[in-house]
Design a protein. Structure first.
Length: 281
């Protein structure tokens, strides 16, 4: 009976309307799906996993550690050694092995070194005084997947501004402009975070890398419009985009009277460098 009634004009209209609503819902879900850089996924994982309890908010502070020579490190200010183009293997080791695992490995390396020196007739190497830190890094090898560890390493690289010191001069200039203008306060280091933004389209401040960046910034000219005006000309006559731009809690400021054309161009150089995959992942 249901199918018989749906065969008339009213039933056809209902079917077409239902299909249209379903298509609209699917488009909305796809459009609103988060498009997060690896570093932001790592930041969120670190927050859920208790990392910021010892390393400080977003691993940017660290903490005193009685019984240890050094405090618990932050991930900022060049504290972590980013020593290979592939990232920081020592960060990965700390995540997987923790304090106990690292200590065991170092003890075995010291034992092997002592054997080699003895065979060569050399005196024993000077031993460092033992440490008994109150705070010990947990071993997460059995808690995180390989993908999750990769995301955490990428988060550490981003916080350390990895690769920025060896970037081209224009990019380094953009880095200084971004620091002075407060860009990283909202977008995170190198623009790789996606912090919450109530009322925005996806609920977060978009990062400078990934699908969000591709959709929101389509050209250097449009990047300049974002920086100077707080939104691009493309969105001025789009009702939905305008609504979100005026209702989000954290709104993009207009820097038109505060930055020179050269400084905006330097920011664009930094943006394109990050978007191309440099400075972490």
């Amino acid at each position: 009976m249901l199918f018989e009634r749906s065969r008339g004009p009213a039933g056809l209209v209902a079917l077409v309307l239902g299909a249209a609503l379903l298509a609209l819902a699917l488009v909305r879900v796809a459009f609103l799906r988060p498009a997060l850089p690896s570093a932001e996924e790592g930041r969120r994982l670190a927050e859920r996993s208790g990392c910021f309890g010892c390393h400080g908010a977003e691993a940017g502070k660290g903490a005193p550690n009685l019984g240890a020579k050094d405090p618990v490190p932050s991930f900022t200010g060049g504290v972590l050694m980013m020593d290979t183009p592939q990232g920081a293997p020592q960060v990965r080791d700390w995540i997987l092995l923790g304090t106990v695992g690292i200590e065991r490995r170092e003890a075995e390396e010291a034992r092997q070194d002592s054997l080699r020196r003895a065979r060569a007739g050399l005196p024993p190497a000077a031993e460092s005084p033992p440490e008994h830190p109150a705070l010990r890094m947990p071993a997460y090898a059995r808690r995180f997947s390989a993908r999750e560890v990769d995301r955490l390493v990428d988060f550490a690289l981003a916080q350390g501004l990895w690769g920025a010191d060896s970037a081209p001069a224009g990019v380094r200039h953009g880095l200084e402009v971004a620091r002075r203008a407060g860009c990283f306060s909202c977008h995170g280091p190198l623009g790789l975070f996606a912090r919450p933004d109530p009322g925005s389209v996806k609920g977060y401040i978009p990062a400078w890398r990934g699908l969000d960046a591709v959709e929101l910034v389509r050209s250097p000219a449009e990047f300049g419009q974002w920086v100077r005006n707080g939104w691009p000309d493309r969105f001025v006559h789009q009702a939905i985009a305008n609504w979100f731009l005026h209702h989000e809690a954290v709104r993009m400021p207009a820097f038109k009277d505060r930055l020179t054309d050269g400084e905006v161009a330097a920011l664009d150089s930094l943006f394109l460098w990050v978007r191309a995959g440099h400075g972490g992942r």
